[in-house]
Design a protein around this ligand. Structure first.
Ligand code: LLP
Length: 425
């Protein structure tokens, strides 16, 4: 739950605002973001990595207002498409504090980044090195580039969000020598400034050992580069992936412990090889946005499937939160509009889409007196819910409301039928 959430008169409050009032004013389903929570997690990361950089990974959840918060809190921003870049530029986010990622950036995306002066471009293939070299020459600029290295770590997370083992699409492999070859190719192009190495081992990772192995391997590669080319690269970007607790009992890594551990490992490897300690960057997305957001739904059909469980259908589903269907994700949800002393009933919170996989929470206990019209709040939906939202079955995407100090305001308006029909001939 967000840091400022609580309960009064049986209702969930967030940022000092009663979700019943939010539902009445803005409708449901509704994404609610606790601005204080979001900003305070930005600060926690900045404090933990006080001698490095923190870049928020925009893919977790980006809109114009969030880009402003990130800017005001002094973080950098990771973007991975021209669209994300456009959102950030539209509110004057300084391009120098942005990094462009992606395993298949188009020539147009690369050109835009070069043109506006995006601070770092993380290259993901040999082709991209050649394209970037061409664009840099054409525009008479010398972009700062990093190499995304596949460090060969098996991150303990869902297969779809693990990214540092060799058999997947991201990065240039350390073990096969592709990363070293990328270094050679970039150094051969004077119009590109190779500033460092990058790795991102996956997402929702709670076991910190993987981050440490990745940091050690990248630091060793820095040493190798110095030995082979006499070049000292000044930066390491260790990516994001820090897990958050979704349900009771989930473990979440302590960011200060992670920061100290990573710093120590990199310092040790570099100092013992006589190399200066590189500047560290991390790219948390979920760990900043995830717990700041909740989704408020209205319960509709309540169907007791005799002897099994009760299916509680809400007015959204896999269009506003696809994580349960896609990764088997688990969430915490509660009756948010009143107190109830009724006995708990084994329930499944499902959406209104035409698929049986359309679940929001697979197994949960809800009070047995739940009725249509009750509000249900799902915690931990601030990351990868709105950003993965879709219009399946022509459902409009819900609004996003920011709450802070007892006030609420829309930061992304609810889609309308008109929005759904726009662009159709
Ligand atoms: N940096 C890079 C290069 C990334 O690819 C990602 C996430 C991040 C940073 C931020 O990772 P985070 O700190 O948020 O874990 N849709 C999935 C997550 C996909 C993550 C993709 N890359 C989910 O809902 O679990």
């Amino acid at each position: 739950w967000p840091r400022t959430s609580g309960r009064i008169e049986g209702a969930v409050t967030i940022g000092g605002v009663d979700v019943r009032d939010l539902a009445k004013e803005y409708g449901t389903p509704l994404y609610v973001v606790d601005e204080e929570d979001f900003r305070s997690r930005c600060r926690d990361y900045r404090t933990a990595f006080h001698d490095g950089e923190v870049h928020y990974a925009g893919k977790a959840f980006l809109c114009r207002e969030v880009a402003r918060w990130i800017d005001q809190e002094g973080l950098g921003l990771d973007v991975c498409s021209a669209g994300e870049l456009a959102v950030a530029l539209s509110v004057g986010f300084p391009p120098a504090r942005m990094t462009l990622h992606g395993n298949n950036k188009s020539l147009t995306e690369l050109e835009k980044a070069v043109e506006v002066g995006v601070g770092h471009i993380v290259v993901d293939s040999y082709e991209e090195i050649a394209r970037l070299g061409y664009l840099a020459e054409r525009h008479g600029v010398r972009p700062k580039v990093m190499i995304r290295v596949t460090v060969g770590v098996e991150a303990h997370t869902h297969e779809f969000i693990a990214t540092a083992h060799d058999d997947q699409k991201f990065g240039l492999s350390l073990s096969s020598g592709a990363a070293a070859e990328a270094v050679r190719r970039i150094l051969a192009l004077p119009q590109l400034e190779l500033v460092g190495l990058h790795s991102h081992i996956g997402s929702q990772i709670t076991d910190t050992a993987g981050f440490e192995v990745a940091a050690r391997r990248l630091a060793r590669l820095l040493v190798q580069i110095k030995e082979e080319h006499g070049v000292v690269l000044p930066e390491l970007d260790l990516g994001g992936g820090y897990g958050i607790p979704y349900v009771a009992g989930d473990e979440a890594p302590d960011i200060k412990v992670i920061a100290d551990g990573l710093r120590e490992i990199v310092t040790k490897v570099c100092e013992s090889a006589g190399l200066p300690v590189p500047h560290l960057t991390v790219e948390p997305g979920r760990a900043i946005a995830g717990l700041a957001g909740i989704t408020v739904y209205e319960a509709g059909t309540v169907k007791d499937v005799e002897g099994l469980r009760t299916y509680v259908s809400v007015d959204g589903g896999m269009s506003d939160n696809i994580r349960t269907a896609l990764y088997g994700a688990d969430y915490t949800a509660v009756l948010a509009s009143r107190d109830s002393d009724a006995r708990p009933m084994l329930s499944r919170l499902v959406g209104k889409h035409c698929e049986s996989g359309d679940m929001v929470v697979r197994d949960l206990w809800l009070p047995a007196d739940l009725v249509p019209g009750d509000l249900i709040a799902v915690a931990g939906t601030g990351a990868y819910c709105r950003s993965l939202a879709n219009n399946y079955n022509y459902l409009p995407k819900p609004a996003v409301v920011a709450v802070s100090k007892g006030r609420a305001r829309v930061i992304v308006r609810r889609e309308t039928e008109e929005d759904l029909l726009r662009g159709q001939l």
